[in-house]
Design a protein around this ligand. Structure first.
Ligand SMILES: CC/C=C\C=C\CC(=O)SCCNC(=O)CCNC(=O)[C@H](O)C(C)(C)COP(=O)(O)OP(=O)(O)OC[C@H]1O[C@@H](n2cnc3c(N)ncnc32)[C@H](O)[C@@H]1OP(=O)(O)O
Length: 273
């Protein structure tokens, strides 16, 4: 496993198929430093390629999920080359590089579950909206904070949040920057469930993650890929995509194993992807 400065990547229970990525700067409330972005990309690429990893749980060390971009690094984005056009072009590339790090979550074929406690602010929302499933504990609170920092959010929130909570709700949250609770996040559909405590969140997410990890890796990977593709295309294009996908991957050992297990009234066992 790589040595990271800003992350912890580990398995709590070897052989469960569940890997954990923790944002790991608790003294700074897991603020996203410059080092974070390349490390985050590498962590997801490496688990994508790791056959032992079936599901990834993304969380934060300490009491908070993420306090957003490291405010102390914000002035590093002002890179005056002396020419306004060149400075702008360089900054554009810089922003796209940061965007790619967040999109690494979607590029990873394995499902990613965000387990959110405490603060999930600014860049934290960019991250969780790229995740496949979101759960939080009762103490969690959220804010699309960029507008209060004089920023237009640019790492994915404005693109992904409307599809999750609806256009009007996304507009309201992003224009006001207001803090909202885990309960409201549930009502908006940003999280699927609110757990009563951090301990219950950890236990509940463990059970859900292990449940997904025990399913057919081909079916799980296909479901993520097809849903993401369908989100970004018309129904007709989505149906066409899944027909092509399944024409090459429907008939598999996993299908045969699932059918046999059903007939024999036993749990199926699938090989790794
Ligand atoms: C190109 C641009 C790309 C992306 C842009 C994204 C935009 C954003 O992310 S906007 C959001 C920015 N974040 C914030 O406004 C949140 C600021 N933090 C807080 O509100 C609070 O710290 C808290 C998360 C609610 C937690 O409160 P508490 O538990 O009371 O801790 P504190 O005493 O406030 O902080 C402890 C320690 O952490 C440092 N810190 C907290 N957040 C950040 C941050 N975002 N960046 C840098 N440092 C942060 C804080 O300064 C304290 O440090 P000390 O050295 O101990 O003083």
């Amino acid at each position: 496993m790589e040595n990271y400065k800003t992350l912890q990547v580990f398995q709590k229970f070897p052989s469960s198929g569940v890997f954990h990525i923790n944002l790991n700067r608790p003294s700074q409330r897991n603020a996203l430093s410059r080092d974070f972005f390349p490390e985050f990309s590498i962590a997801f690429q490496s688990l994508d390629q790791n056959p032992n990893a079936s599901v990834i749980v993304l969380s934060g060390t300490g009491d908070h999920f993420c306090s957003g971009i490291d405010i102390k690094t914000l002035n590093s984005f002002a890179n005056d080359t002396g020419d306004r056009g060149r400075s702008g072009e360089r900054l554009r590339r810089d922003i796209k590089y940061l965007q790619e790090a967040i999109t690494a979550i979607e590029r990873c074929r394995k499902p990613v579950i965000a387990a959110i406690k405490g603060a999930c602010i600014g860049g934290g929302i960019d991250i969780v909206t790229a995740c496949d499933i979101r759960y939080c504990s009762k103490d969690a609170f959220f804010s699309v904070k960029e507008v209060d920092m004089g920023l237009t959010a640019d790492l994915g929130t404005l693109q992904r949040l409307p599809g999750i909570v609806g256009f009007g709700n996304a507009m309201e949250l992003a224009l006001t920057g207001r803090r909202f609770s885990g309960q409201e996040a549930k009502e908006l559909g940003l999280v699927s469930r609110v757990f009563g405590s951090k301990e219950e969140l950890d236990e509940g997410v463990k059970i859900i993650a292990e449940g997904i990890a025990a399913k057919s890796p081909l079916a799980v990977t296909g479901t993520k890929a097809v849903l993401l593709r369908s989100r970004d295309s018309s129904v007709e294009q989505g149906l066409d995509y899944v027909a092509t996908w399944n024409s090459s991957m429907l008939v598999s050992d996993d299908l045969m194993e699932a059918v046999s297990a059903h007939l024999q009234k036993r749990k199926p066992t699938f090989s790794k992807l």
